[in-house]
Ligand binder design. Structure first.
Ligand code: FDA
Length: 313
């Protein structure tokens, strides 16, 4: 277990190494090899490929949320290009009548260049999504960005009613953030938290984190807040089901959301219990951080990743 935790920590560190990400992107043989490991978790490199995967998942009875992968854009033109791509995602989902929302990182569309730029780009996507009858879900990033993301989210809520926010149960501050967010119209997606975080700000993976997740989840469920229980943790899924039954909660506003390629059988089982289900489906070339996080949160995936990378080479 100690070795697995070390591997997980190293992978979380590698995930944030932007020079390594650049190196992989610029070396096609390396990129193609590691892409084969990433494919298990993503909808492909292009929107067109991702839409095909989305349709298949819809046919299996699950909604999806499509994310054009990327974060920490440092260049205004690239932020504009990412915004354009998200607008393409919105119109493709609407045109093809897919059961899908759109998910994004605010830092992908300019938030770290200038918060105002991130906000304006987010408004453009949210308004297009609202016009198309779609939801836009904001992902949560590293701890240095939490406050800014929540501020932009609150501003967006004054303009549109279709924007949701992701909260990370591992942060000690999340109870207070949740109280504020409960007043806003959008859905809350509750996750454990994937980024490296200092121990003075966040719980480590383990019983305390799981208890914090359950407390926050119970608040969402009992307050009737539209929410996405975004976890693969079987004990938490069972607990959610038990809370919903015990309090006779109308589950209309509740959905269970998991990542593509992770514990599909558990998603299927929640669907069979009668709940709405959703698969998070990212696409694009910027899968470096995403793949590292998937391996870090479950290090046995490393063996699978090696097998996937080697299989056709
Ligand atoms: P945990 O990691 O404790 O895993 C519980 C069990 O689930 C494991 O024992 C294993 O059985 C299974 N499992 C989990 N991950 C697995 C994997 N990769 N492969 C195989 N089995 C696995 N984070 C963040 O910081 N910001 C965000 O915006 C988001 N967004 C987001 C959206 C959605 C829809 C999901 C499901 C998750 C996120 N996350 C996220 C990631 C989240 O913070 C967290 O890292 C992962 O969901 C893994 O945590 P679990 O809750 O599954 O528990």
């Amino acid at each position: 277990m100690g070795r697995e935790q070390d591997a997980a920590e190293a992978l979380r560190h590698i995930a944030l190494d932007e020079s390594l990400k650049g190196y992989v992107l610029q070396h096609p043989p390396l990129y193609k090899t590691i892409l084969r490991s990433a494919m298990r978790f993503i909808g492909g490199e292009t929107l067109e490929g991702c839409l095909e995967v989305a349709r298949k998942i819809n046919q299996q009875g699950h909604a999806v949320t499509i994310d054009f992968m990327g974060e920490s854009t440092r260049d205004e033109k690239m932020a504009a290009a990412a915004t354009e791509e998200f607008l393409r995602v919105v119109s493709a989902i609407a045109q093809q009548n897919l059961q899908s929302s759109v998910s994004l990182d605010l830092s992908h569309i300019g938030m770290v260049i200038d918060p105002e730029l991130g906000y304006q780009n987010a408004v453009a996507i949210a308004q297009a999504a609202q016009k198309a009858g779609l939801e836009m879900m904001i992902s949560m990033e590293g701890t240095d960005r939490t406050t800014l993301i929540l501020e932009i989210y609150q501003r967006l809520c004054q303009q549109v009613s279709n924007v949701g926010i992701t909260l990370q149960a591992y942060l000690y501050r999340t109870g207070e953030d949740l109280n504020r967010v409960l007043q806003s119209p959008g859905k809350v997606r509750l996750v454990k938290g994937a980024y490296e975080a200092p121990s003075e700000l966040a719980y480590d993976r383990g019983a305390d984190l799981d208890a914090a997740y359950c407390r926050l989840m119970e608040t969402l469920l009992t307050r009737g807040k539209a929410c996405s229980i975004a976890t693969h943790d079987q004990a938490i899924l069972d607990h959610a089901h038990e809370v919903i039954e015990r309090h006779a909660i109308d589950a209309q506003n509740v959905e269970f959301e998991m990542l593509k390629g992770v514990t599909y059988d558990r998603l299927q089982a929640m669907g069979e219990r009668g709940y709405a289900t959703r698969v998070y489906l990212p696409y694009g070339k910027e899968w470096h951080l995403y793949l590292c996080n998937r391996l870090a949160e479950y290090p046995p995936n490393l063996y699978q990743a090696i097998a996937d990378a080697a299989i056709f080479s």
